[in-house]
Design a protein around this ligand. Sequence first.
Ligand SMILES: *Cc1c(COP(=O)(O)O)cnc(C)c1O
Length: 415
Amino acid sequence: MSDTTIFPSLEIPETIAAGPGPGNTDPRVLAAFAQTGIADHMQADVLRGMIECKHMLRDVWGTKNTYTFGVAGTGWSGLDCMMNAILPGDTVVAFVNGTFSGIDGLTIRMRASTREELAANALDPQPASVTIVEVPHGQSVTGEIVEKALAAHKPKWAFMAHWETGSGRINDLQGFNDACVKHDAMGLIDAVSSLGIEDFSIDDYPGVVGWASCPQKGVLCLPLTYAPVSFSDRYINELKTNGSYSWVHNAIMEGRHWGIIDGQDAEAGTYHRTHSAYAVAAFHEALRINLQHGRAQKAQDYAFHEKALRDAVALMGCEVTSNMTSLVVLNLPADFAGREKELVQSCRAKGFGIWPTLSEPVQVRIGILNLANREAITDIVTRFGQAMQDMGAEVDMDAVSALLTNHYDAALAAQ
Ligand SMILES: *Cc1c(COP(=O)(O)O)cnc(C)c1O
């Protein structure tokens, strides 16, 4: 007698991913993934595809950085590759204003700890060389905050999330860059939520030496494909001089499979790890979609559709505290405060995947990744309004519907 249970084959339904990420994977990306033949990681078209991805990614991100490629995995994988150059004892100032930059701050504290500091509190070390500057949830990191902290601490590294998805706040990238240049700190940016949504170019920010993003938010690809990263020559020199405690996530070594060898673009990549033909094909198609849409146009489209959603939930009595254009973070009307998780659960039970915040205070998050069109926004607003009504809120859906009609018809008329 065996205890083995063979479960029925797993079926996962189609839902609306209306959270902070993952986004709704583009059908073109899914098709590229599914139609890819069985091929190994050194097959010529796979290697060519990786090199084409590298070139397209440089365009999507506005950079001439040679070390621009994808790290297999999700956002944390790219971030881990980027943080890899931080060594025990390094001085770092990190700005934290929500869940994700909070975890980035923890990664930095782990990496910068000495052995003694790590052993003293292995899961939450507090190294003397790292300064965490906490900015309250719901507020942005401003240039003044960064300038003040870098002037005071003169760190080797500075870190900030560009868009903090936990609280839905855009942080001041220009101010961060300027302070890094002024105080000669090497800037590191978590661009997981901003790449593919905001219209910005890496090369406009010379104070930032390392960037990391993810596959499945603005870039429109599948999770566990490729997390985009990009490194300036200064970062690569730092890595070359001082090393890192990882082989797999060492950018100089990882870059080789993408055809970046000794700082130069090579004809073809050499082995670093078993890359997936499916993942390469999916990433390739996602980058093509981004370039075809155009960075400026895509950014404009998100801003336009986010405004419709923001105005609609405000009309329902909610208070929006975010300023990202891919995500609305809101407080329910005062009478319903405390019932955020219940509302989110009831929506999720119906295949409408919205989210609460993952750290205090509890708020509701509604995202529009790859849902930036009239039909999808109308569907989201209708479902959310219905869920509020089911909870007992009085929502004037006729007024909400008129607001959306106005927003979209006015835009049509203006064309
Ligand atoms: C989503 C997110 C992450 C984590 O990305 P994963 O893909 O879940 O690993 C990190 N930072 C920010 C700002 C994010 O939005």
